[in-house]
Write a protein that binds this ligand. Structure first.
Ligand code: NAP
Length: 295
């Protein structure tokens, strides 16, 4: 039986630590970190994420600024807001909730955020610093959450074979870049596979640690992993509930039922990687506040 990697519990511990840190910063600087979250349009899922981020800030004493803009907002108007937030010393971190409406270029908006306030870690400067092994950057939230979970469950990562399924810029690629870095949090041998592979099990079966970010339920099943693997399931998929098709349930990308008996540790979905993502956003915001004072 695998150990269940409890992302909910670990993220709660991290939030408690951050709460203490924010108080220390308040005492030292007479000010607290601030996070600006920008939402354009009325996508209900995005609205829920934005609310959760605001609540997460309030719980640990970070100042939260929320900008809910109409779907008709132009790219120029959004650029003007980003420019304002870049200059505002009360704003330590800026997060633009993706996806943006089609008439706004996500690339242009991300590139306009000051890299030292880019707490999502998507600006090319921060992406490049991760690749170049420079530490004064922001690691993107979900990959950073995965790395922390891996570090809690695998001691001595040096030389472990970590296989990533998926190569998106948000999850797969940054996880790979982070986990191959030469430091104690990583130092893995990394393989990345994706849809160009005729059979991903050739790779997944070799994994000591398997990170799955494919966005499809049942991408990895029990016959595709070796005994003792540590599994980090990033996927979030809403499917019909097999026991009551009139309802839906959330599952990951990994078939938990067949993989769990072979794994030494595995994240559940929900309750694994998901809760870590917001905790990492809060952590990056605190880090932004500190980096801006070291400049
Ligand atoms: P994405 O942009 O759709 O990328 C999926 C990647 O997986 C692509 O590289 C794709 O390959 C690959 N892929 C898809 N099906 C595959 C298969 N059958 N075999 C091998 N590779 C396959 O998705 P994403 O943004 O990385 O997100 C992945 C999942 O994580 C989604 O379910 C998303 O909802 C979830 N997610 C969760 C969190 C969280 O906080 N928990 C955060 C972010 C994302 P190609 O490049 O060849 O198309």
């Amino acid at each position: 039986m695998a150990e269940i990697i409890d992302g909910k519990k670990i993220s709660a511990e991290i939030r408690e630590e951050l709460k203490v840190k924010v108080l220390e910063l308040q005492n030292k600087y007479g000010d607290v970190p601030g996070l600006a979250v920008v939402l354009v349009g009325d996508d209900p899922a995005s609205a829920v994420y934005v609310r959760m981020k605001g609540k997460g800030c309030e719980e640990i004493g970070i100042r939260s600024f929320q900008y809910i803009l109409p779907e008709t907002t132009t790219e120029d108007e959004l650029m003007a807001l980003i420019d304002e937030l870049n200059k505002d010393s009360k704003v330590s971190g800026i997060l633009v909730q993706l996806p943006l409406p089609k008439h706004i270029s996500e690339k242009a908006i991300i590139n306009a955020i000051d890299p030292i306030k880019d707490v999502d870690g998507f600006h090319p400067i921060n992406v490049g610093k991760v690749v170049a092994d420079e530490d004064d950057c922001f690691y993107p939230c979900t990959p950073l959450g995965c790395q922390i979970l891996i570090n809690r469950y695998v001691k001595n990562l040096k030389g472990k074979h970590l296989v990533v399924v998926g190569r998106s810029s948000i999850v797969g690629k940054p996880v790979a870049n982070m986990m191959m870095q030469k430091n104690d949090r990583a130092n893995c041998i990394v393989t990345v596979c994706h849809t160009a592979a005729p059979d991903i099990s050739l790779y997944t079966r070799q994994a000591d640690i398997l990170v799955v970010a494919a966005g499809r339920a049942n991408t990895v099943t029990g016959n595709m992993v070796k005994d003792g693997v540590v599994v980090i399931d990033v996927g979030v998929n809403r499917i019909a509930d097999p026991s009551d098709p009139s309802k839906t349930i959330i599952v990951g990308d990994v078939d938990f039922k067949s993989v769990e008996p072979k794994a030494s540790a595995i994240t559940p979905v929900p309750g694994g990687v998901g809760p870590m993502t917001i905790a990492m956003l809060l952590s990056n915001t605190v880090r932004a506040f500190e980096l801006q004072r070291k400049k």
